[in-house]
Design a protein around this ligand. Structure first.
Ligand code: ATP
Ligand code: MG
Length: 386
Protein backbone atom coordinates (compact mmCIF):
# COMPACT_ATOMS: atom_id res chain seq x y z
CA UNK A 1 0.00 0.00 0.00
CA UNK A 2 2.59 2.54 1.12
CA UNK A 3 5.34 3.71 -1.21
CA UNK A 4 6.96 6.53 0.74
CA UNK A 5 7.96 7.46 4.28
CA UNK A 6 7.42 10.99 5.45
CA UNK A 7 9.89 12.03 8.16
CA UNK A 8 9.50 15.01 10.50
CA UNK A 9 12.55 16.41 12.17
CA UNK A 10 12.78 18.02 15.55
CA UNK A 11 14.76 20.91 16.98
CA UNK A 12 12.76 23.18 14.74
CA UNK A 13 14.24 26.26 16.35
CA UNK A 14 17.26 25.69 14.11
CA UNK A 15 17.51 28.51 11.65
CA UNK A 16 19.49 29.78 8.68
CA UNK A 17 22.77 28.11 7.89
CA UNK A 18 22.40 25.74 10.80
CA UNK A 19 19.24 24.36 9.40
CA UNK A 20 20.80 23.74 6.00
CA UNK A 21 23.65 21.79 7.58
CA UNK A 22 21.22 19.92 9.80
CA UNK A 23 19.15 18.82 6.82
CA UNK A 24 22.20 17.92 4.77
CA UNK A 25 23.57 15.69 7.56
CA UNK A 26 20.17 14.13 8.05
CA UNK A 27 19.93 13.15 4.38
CA UNK A 28 23.47 11.69 4.56
CA UNK A 29 22.52 9.63 7.61
CA UNK A 30 19.38 8.35 5.93
CA UNK A 31 21.41 7.29 2.87
CA UNK A 32 23.86 5.40 5.10
CA UNK A 33 21.13 3.72 7.15
CA UNK A 34 19.27 2.56 4.02
CA UNK A 35 22.25 1.62 1.88
CA UNK A 36 21.11 -2.00 1.56
CA UNK A 37 17.89 -1.01 -0.24
CA UNK A 38 17.77 -0.37 -3.98
CA UNK A 39 15.46 2.06 -5.75
CA UNK A 40 15.34 4.67 -3.02
CA UNK A 41 14.95 8.42 -3.55
CA UNK A 42 15.38 10.86 -0.68
CA UNK A 43 14.16 14.43 -1.05
CA UNK A 44 12.78 17.38 0.87
CA UNK A 45 9.35 18.82 0.38
CA UNK A 46 8.23 21.87 2.40
CA UNK A 47 9.91 21.14 5.73
CA UNK A 48 9.83 17.36 5.71
CA UNK A 49 12.12 14.68 4.35
CA UNK A 50 10.67 11.95 2.16
CA UNK A 51 12.03 8.50 1.48
CA UNK A 52 10.47 7.01 -1.63
CA UNK A 53 10.95 3.45 -2.81
CA UNK A 54 10.18 1.64 -6.02
CA UNK A 55 10.04 -1.68 -4.10
CA UNK A 56 7.11 -1.53 -1.74
CA UNK A 57 8.15 -4.90 -0.28
CA UNK A 58 11.07 -3.05 1.34
CA UNK A 59 8.72 -0.72 3.20
CA UNK A 60 8.80 -2.54 6.56
CA UNK A 61 12.59 -2.75 6.49
CA UNK A 62 12.89 0.91 5.58
CA UNK A 63 10.58 1.88 8.45
CA UNK A 64 12.54 -0.21 10.97
CA UNK A 65 15.84 1.41 9.93
CA UNK A 66 14.41 4.91 9.74
CA UNK A 67 13.07 4.72 13.29
CA UNK A 68 16.66 4.66 14.53
CA UNK A 69 18.00 7.71 12.70
CA UNK A 70 18.85 10.58 15.01
CA UNK A 71 17.27 13.86 14.01
CA UNK A 72 13.94 12.36 12.97
CA UNK A 73 11.17 12.72 15.57
CA UNK A 74 8.37 10.91 13.80
CA UNK A 75 7.62 9.07 10.58
CA UNK A 76 4.47 8.29 8.67
CA UNK A 77 4.23 5.48 6.13
CA UNK A 78 2.45 7.25 3.29
CA UNK A 79 1.10 6.99 -0.22
CA UNK A 80 2.39 9.55 -2.68
CA UNK A 81 -0.34 10.77 -5.05
CA UNK A 82 -0.48 13.15 -7.93
CA UNK A 83 -1.88 16.54 -6.87
CA UNK A 84 -5.20 16.04 -8.55
CA UNK A 85 -8.21 16.18 -6.18
CA UNK A 86 -10.01 13.22 -7.75
CA UNK A 87 -6.90 11.05 -7.56
CA UNK A 88 -6.36 12.07 -3.95
CA UNK A 89 -9.94 11.18 -2.98
CA UNK A 90 -9.61 7.86 -4.73
CA UNK A 91 -6.43 6.96 -2.85
CA UNK A 92 -7.86 8.15 0.45
CA UNK A 93 -10.80 5.78 -0.03
CA UNK A 94 -8.44 2.99 -1.01
CA UNK A 95 -6.27 3.51 2.08
CA UNK A 96 -9.31 3.60 4.30
CA UNK A 97 -10.50 0.30 2.81
CA UNK A 98 -7.09 -1.22 3.46
CA UNK A 99 -7.15 -0.10 7.10
CA UNK A 100 -10.68 -1.34 7.58
CA UNK A 101 -9.80 -4.77 6.28
CA UNK A 102 -7.17 -5.17 8.97
CA UNK A 103 -8.80 -3.41 11.93
CA UNK A 104 -12.22 -3.02 13.39
CA UNK A 105 -12.98 0.54 12.30
CA UNK A 106 -16.38 2.10 12.90
CA UNK A 107 -15.49 5.79 12.99
CA UNK A 108 -12.99 7.98 11.21
CA UNK A 109 -11.98 11.50 10.41
CA UNK A 110 -10.05 13.11 7.58
CA UNK A 111 -7.47 15.75 8.38
CA UNK A 112 -5.98 17.83 5.56
CA UNK A 113 -2.90 20.02 5.82
CA UNK A 114 -2.33 22.39 2.95
CA UNK A 115 1.32 23.41 2.99
CA UNK A 116 0.99 24.53 -0.63
CA UNK A 117 -1.30 27.55 -0.39
CA UNK A 118 -1.70 27.58 -4.18
CA UNK A 119 -3.69 24.38 -4.00
CA UNK A 120 -7.19 25.58 -4.89
CA UNK A 121 -9.28 23.78 -2.27
CA UNK A 122 -9.15 24.82 1.41
CA UNK A 123 -8.16 22.19 3.98
CA UNK A 124 -11.56 22.01 5.70
CA UNK A 125 -13.42 21.71 2.44
CA UNK A 126 -11.02 19.11 1.16
CA UNK A 127 -11.38 17.00 4.34
CA UNK A 128 -15.17 17.23 4.11
CA UNK A 129 -15.17 16.16 0.47
CA UNK A 130 -12.79 13.25 1.08
CA UNK A 131 -14.84 12.20 4.12
CA UNK A 132 -17.94 12.21 1.96
CA UNK A 133 -16.30 9.88 -0.56
CA UNK A 134 -15.35 7.46 2.21
CA UNK A 135 -18.90 7.49 3.63
CA UNK A 136 -20.26 6.81 0.16
CA UNK A 137 -17.92 3.87 -0.31
CA UNK A 138 -18.50 2.18 3.07
CA UNK A 139 -21.97 2.12 4.55
CA UNK A 140 -21.06 0.87 8.04
CA UNK A 141 -18.86 3.76 9.17
CA UNK A 142 -19.43 7.27 10.47
CA UNK A 143 -17.41 10.40 11.12
CA UNK A 144 -16.16 11.17 14.64
CA UNK A 145 -13.90 14.21 14.76
CA UNK A 146 -13.06 13.84 18.47
CA UNK A 147 -12.15 10.22 18.99
CA UNK A 148 -12.06 8.39 15.67
CA UNK A 149 -10.90 4.77 15.27
CA UNK A 150 -8.93 5.84 12.19
CA UNK A 151 -7.60 9.11 10.90
CA UNK A 152 -6.75 9.76 7.27
CA UNK A 153 -4.11 12.47 6.98
CA UNK A 154 -3.77 14.29 3.69
CA UNK A 155 -0.63 16.37 3.44
CA UNK A 156 -0.62 18.68 0.42
CA UNK A 157 2.86 19.97 -0.34
CA UNK A 158 4.64 20.13 -3.71
CA UNK A 159 3.37 16.58 -3.98
CA UNK A 160 0.54 15.04 -1.99
CA UNK A 161 0.94 12.37 0.69
CA UNK A 162 -1.75 10.32 2.40
CA UNK A 163 -1.13 8.48 5.66
CA UNK A 164 -2.91 7.17 8.69
CA UNK A 165 -0.41 7.07 11.50
CA UNK A 166 2.51 8.89 13.00
CA UNK A 167 5.22 6.71 14.54
CA UNK A 168 7.34 8.35 17.24
CA UNK A 169 11.05 7.76 16.60
CA UNK A 170 14.35 8.34 18.46
CA UNK A 171 14.61 12.12 18.02
CA UNK A 172 17.87 13.93 18.74
CA UNK A 173 20.02 15.70 16.16
CA UNK A 174 21.44 14.31 12.89
CA UNK A 175 24.83 12.73 13.43
CA UNK A 176 27.53 14.97 12.00
CA UNK A 177 25.70 18.24 12.69
CA UNK A 178 27.51 18.81 16.00
CA UNK A 179 31.19 17.88 15.68
CA UNK A 180 33.24 14.70 16.08
CA UNK A 181 34.33 12.77 19.17
CA UNK A 182 36.19 9.57 20.04
CA UNK A 183 34.42 6.98 22.19
CA UNK A 184 36.51 4.74 24.44
CA UNK A 185 34.63 1.56 23.64
CA UNK A 186 35.28 -1.43 25.90
CA UNK A 187 33.25 -4.59 25.57
CA UNK A 188 31.15 -3.60 28.59
CA UNK A 189 27.60 -2.41 29.04
CA UNK A 190 28.26 1.27 29.66
CA UNK A 191 30.41 2.64 26.88
CA UNK A 192 28.09 1.71 23.97
CA UNK A 193 25.27 3.52 25.78
CA UNK A 194 27.53 6.54 26.26
CA UNK A 195 28.33 6.59 22.53
CA UNK A 196 24.64 6.34 21.69
CA UNK A 197 23.77 9.28 23.94
CA UNK A 198 26.40 11.61 22.52
CA UNK A 199 25.66 10.63 18.92
CA UNK A 200 22.02 11.44 19.66
CA UNK A 201 23.09 15.05 20.18
CA UNK A 202 24.45 15.17 16.64
CA UNK A 203 28.07 14.20 17.28
CA UNK A 204 29.79 11.93 14.76
CA UNK A 205 31.34 9.19 16.88
CA UNK A 206 34.40 7.08 16.18
CA UNK A 207 35.66 4.49 18.65
CA UNK A 208 38.89 3.24 20.17
CA UNK A 209 39.31 -0.14 21.82
CA UNK A 210 42.26 -1.25 23.93
CA UNK A 211 43.07 -4.94 24.23
CA UNK A 212 45.90 -7.09 25.49
CA UNK A 213 45.93 -9.88 22.95
CA UNK A 214 46.77 -12.77 23.53
CA UNK A 215 45.74 -12.24 27.17
CA UNK A 216 42.40 -11.06 25.88
CA UNK A 217 40.88 -13.33 23.24
CA UNK A 218 40.10 -12.82 19.57
CA UNK A 219 36.45 -13.24 20.58
CA UNK A 220 36.69 -10.20 22.84
CA UNK A 221 37.71 -8.21 19.74
CA UNK A 222 34.80 -9.71 17.79
CA UNK A 223 32.46 -8.62 20.54
CA UNK A 224 33.62 -5.00 20.27
CA UNK A 225 33.22 -5.14 16.50
CA UNK A 226 29.67 -6.37 17.01
CA UNK A 227 28.94 -3.51 19.41
CA UNK A 228 30.26 -1.06 16.86
CA UNK A 229 27.89 -2.51 14.25
CA UNK A 230 24.94 -2.23 16.61
CA UNK A 231 25.81 1.39 17.30
CA UNK A 232 26.16 2.12 13.58
CA UNK A 233 22.42 1.56 13.18
CA UNK A 234 22.01 4.82 15.08
CA UNK A 235 25.33 6.60 14.77
CA UNK A 236 26.11 6.10 11.10
CA UNK A 237 29.57 4.99 10.06
CA UNK A 238 31.99 4.41 12.95
CA UNK A 239 35.73 4.03 12.46
CA UNK A 240 37.08 1.64 15.10
CA UNK A 241 40.71 2.00 16.18
CA UNK A 242 41.99 -1.11 17.94
CA UNK A 243 45.21 -0.92 19.96
CA UNK A 244 47.20 -3.53 21.84
CA UNK A 245 48.38 -2.17 25.19
CA UNK A 246 49.99 -5.35 26.48
CA UNK A 247 53.41 -3.66 26.66
CA UNK A 248 51.96 -1.00 28.95
CA UNK A 249 50.42 -3.55 31.28
CA UNK A 250 53.62 -5.56 31.36
CA UNK A 251 55.63 -2.48 32.30
CA UNK A 252 53.15 -1.45 34.99
CA UNK A 253 53.23 -4.95 36.44
CA UNK A 254 56.99 -4.97 36.50
CA UNK A 255 57.68 -1.50 37.89
CA UNK A 256 54.62 -0.18 39.74
CA UNK A 257 52.36 -0.93 42.69
CA UNK A 258 49.67 -3.47 41.91
CA UNK A 259 46.84 -1.44 43.44
CA UNK A 260 47.57 1.45 41.07
CA UNK A 261 47.38 -0.69 37.92
CA UNK A 262 43.95 0.44 36.73
CA UNK A 263 44.60 4.14 37.30
CA UNK A 264 47.97 3.99 35.55
CA UNK A 265 46.60 2.01 32.60
CA UNK A 266 43.68 4.44 32.26
CA UNK A 267 46.08 7.38 32.09
CA UNK A 268 47.84 5.65 29.20
CA UNK A 269 44.52 4.94 27.47
CA UNK A 270 43.57 8.60 27.79
CA UNK A 271 46.85 9.78 26.31
CA UNK A 272 46.60 7.41 23.36
CA UNK A 273 42.95 8.27 22.79
CA UNK A 274 43.71 11.98 22.91
CA UNK A 275 46.43 11.59 20.33
CA UNK A 276 44.32 9.50 17.94
CA UNK A 277 41.48 11.99 18.36
CA UNK A 278 43.67 14.99 17.52
CA UNK A 279 45.22 13.25 14.54
CA UNK A 280 41.74 12.59 13.16
CA UNK A 281 40.13 15.98 13.88
CA UNK A 282 38.01 14.80 16.77
CA UNK A 283 37.43 17.38 19.47
CA UNK A 284 36.47 15.43 22.58
CA UNK A 285 36.61 11.98 24.15
CA UNK A 286 33.61 10.00 25.42
CA UNK A 287 33.63 7.40 28.21
CA UNK A 288 30.96 5.32 29.91
CA UNK A 289 31.92 6.39 33.40
CA UNK A 290 29.27 6.71 36.10
CA UNK A 291 30.18 8.39 39.35
CA UNK A 292 31.17 5.99 42.10
CA UNK A 293 30.38 2.83 40.14
CA UNK A 294 33.81 1.25 40.60
CA UNK A 295 37.14 2.23 42.19
CA UNK A 296 38.37 3.97 39.05
CA UNK A 297 35.23 6.10 38.95
CA UNK A 298 35.44 7.87 42.30
CA UNK A 299 35.93 11.61 42.00
CA UNK A 300 39.54 11.30 43.13
CA UNK A 301 40.28 8.58 40.57
CA UNK A 302 38.68 10.56 37.78
CA UNK A 303 40.72 13.63 38.66
CA UNK A 304 43.94 11.66 38.52
CA UNK A 305 43.01 9.87 35.29
CA UNK A 306 41.92 13.02 33.48
CA UNK A 307 44.95 14.92 34.62
CA UNK A 308 46.95 12.95 32.04
CA UNK A 309 45.38 14.85 29.13
CA UNK A 310 44.07 18.25 28.06
CA UNK A 311 41.17 17.13 25.92
CA UNK A 312 37.67 17.42 27.44
CA UNK A 313 35.91 14.13 28.19
CA UNK A 314 32.16 13.72 27.77
CA UNK A 315 30.60 11.35 30.33
CA UNK A 316 26.91 11.18 29.55
CA UNK A 317 26.25 8.38 32.08
CA UNK A 318 27.82 10.19 35.00
CA UNK A 319 24.61 10.53 37.01
CA UNK A 320 22.90 7.31 35.96
CA UNK A 321 22.40 4.17 38.06
CA UNK A 322 23.57 0.86 36.64
CA UNK A 323 19.95 -0.30 36.36
CA UNK A 324 19.09 2.74 34.26
CA UNK A 325 22.10 2.14 32.02
CA UNK A 326 21.14 -1.50 31.57
CA UNK A 327 17.60 -0.52 30.67
CA UNK A 328 18.93 1.85 28.01
CA UNK A 329 21.36 -0.80 26.71
CA UNK A 330 18.45 -3.20 26.27
CA UNK A 331 16.41 -0.57 24.47
CA UNK A 332 19.12 0.19 21.95
CA UNK A 333 20.05 -3.46 21.49
CA UNK A 334 23.63 -3.55 22.78
CA UNK A 335 22.99 -5.33 26.08
CA UNK A 336 22.96 -8.91 24.80
CA UNK A 337 26.33 -8.42 23.13
CA UNK A 338 27.81 -6.57 26.10
CA UNK A 339 27.11 -9.40 28.52
CA UNK A 340 28.94 -12.04 26.46
CA UNK A 341 31.56 -13.35 28.86
CA UNK A 342 34.86 -12.52 27.14
CA UNK A 343 37.33 -10.70 29.36
CA UNK A 344 38.54 -7.24 28.55
CA UNK A 345 42.03 -6.04 29.32
CA UNK A 346 40.95 -4.25 32.48
CA UNK A 347 39.54 -7.38 34.05
CA UNK A 348 42.57 -9.49 33.04
CA UNK A 349 44.99 -7.11 34.74
CA UNK A 350 42.66 -5.78 37.44
CA UNK A 351 44.26 -5.54 40.90
CA UNK A 352 42.40 -7.35 43.69
CA UNK A 353 42.38 -4.20 45.84
CA UNK A 354 42.50 -1.13 43.60
CA UNK A 355 43.19 2.28 45.14
CA UNK A 356 40.00 4.25 45.68
CA UNK A 357 41.59 7.56 46.66
CA UNK A 358 44.72 7.75 44.52
CA UNK A 359 47.11 10.60 45.32
CA UNK A 360 48.38 12.50 42.35
CA UNK A 361 51.94 12.64 43.71
CA UNK A 362 52.08 8.89 44.18
CA UNK A 363 50.77 8.22 40.71
CA UNK A 364 53.25 10.63 39.15
CA UNK A 365 56.02 8.96 41.13
CA UNK A 366 54.97 5.51 39.91
CA UNK A 367 54.70 6.74 36.37
CA UNK A 368 58.19 8.19 36.49
CA UNK A 369 59.48 4.60 36.64
CA UNK A 370 58.05 4.03 33.18
CA UNK A 371 59.16 5.29 29.82
CA UNK A 372 55.79 6.79 29.02
CA UNK A 373 56.51 8.16 25.54
CA UNK A 374 58.24 5.04 24.32
CA UNK A 375 55.45 2.78 25.62
CA UNK A 376 52.86 4.93 23.89
CA UNK A 377 54.76 4.80 20.59
CA UNK A 378 55.13 1.04 20.85
CA UNK A 379 51.44 0.53 21.50
CA UNK A 380 50.26 2.96 18.85
CA UNK A 381 52.30 1.04 16.29
CA UNK A 382 49.94 -1.93 16.84
CA UNK A 383 46.99 0.13 15.63
CA UNK A 384 44.40 -1.56 13.43
CA UNK A 385 41.58 0.41 11.88
CA UNK A 386 38.29 -1.33 11.24
P1 ATP B 1 32.03 -0.35 30.42
O1 ATP B 1 30.79 -1.09 30.74
O2 ATP B 1 31.85 0.68 29.36
O3 ATP B 1 33.21 -1.27 30.19
P2 ATP B 1 32.75 -0.17 33.14
O4 ATP B 1 31.61 0.03 34.05
O5 ATP B 1 33.29 -1.53 32.98
O6 ATP B 1 32.37 0.47 31.73
P3 ATP B 1 35.39 0.77 33.52
O7 ATP B 1 35.88 -0.56 33.16
O8 ATP B 1 35.88 1.46 34.73
O9 ATP B 1 33.83 0.85 33.64
O10 ATP B 1 35.64 1.74 32.30
C1 ATP B 1 35.25 3.08 32.31
C2 ATP B 1 35.28 3.58 30.90
O11 ATP B 1 36.62 3.56 30.39
C3 ATP B 1 34.49 2.72 29.95
O12 ATP B 1 33.12 3.06 29.93
C4 ATP B 1 35.16 3.03 28.62
O13 ATP B 1 34.70 4.25 28.10
C5 ATP B 1 36.62 3.17 29.03
N1 ATP B 1 37.31 1.88 28.88
C6 ATP B 1 37.55 0.95 29.81
N2 ATP B 1 38.21 -0.11 29.31
C7 ATP B 1 38.39 0.14 27.99
C8 ATP B 1 39.00 -0.57 26.90
N3 ATP B 1 39.53 -1.77 27.05
N4 ATP B 1 38.99 0.02 25.69
C9 ATP B 1 38.42 1.22 25.49
N5 ATP B 1 37.84 1.93 26.48
C10 ATP B 1 37.82 1.40 27.71
MG1 MG C 1 34.62 -2.20 31.50
Amino acid sequence: MYNIVSASFGEIFLKGKNRGNFEHQLVEQIKFALKEFKGITIYKDLGKVFIETTNIDDMDGIIQKTRKIFGIVSISPSIKVEKDPEKIYEKAVELFGYLKENQNIKTFKVNTKRGDKNFPIKSMDFSAEAGGKILAAFNDVSVDVHNPDAEILIDIKKSCYISSEKIKTVGGMPVGSCGKALLLLSGGIDSPVAGYMIAKRGVAVNAIYFHTYPFTSERANEKVKQLKERLEEYCGKIKLFSINILEIHKAIKEFCREDETTILARRFMMRIAERIARENSMEMLITGESLGQVASQTMKSMIVIENAIDMPILKPLIGMDKTEIIERAREIGTYETSILPYDDCCSVFAPSHPVINPKMDNIIKSESKLNVDELIEKCISTIEIL
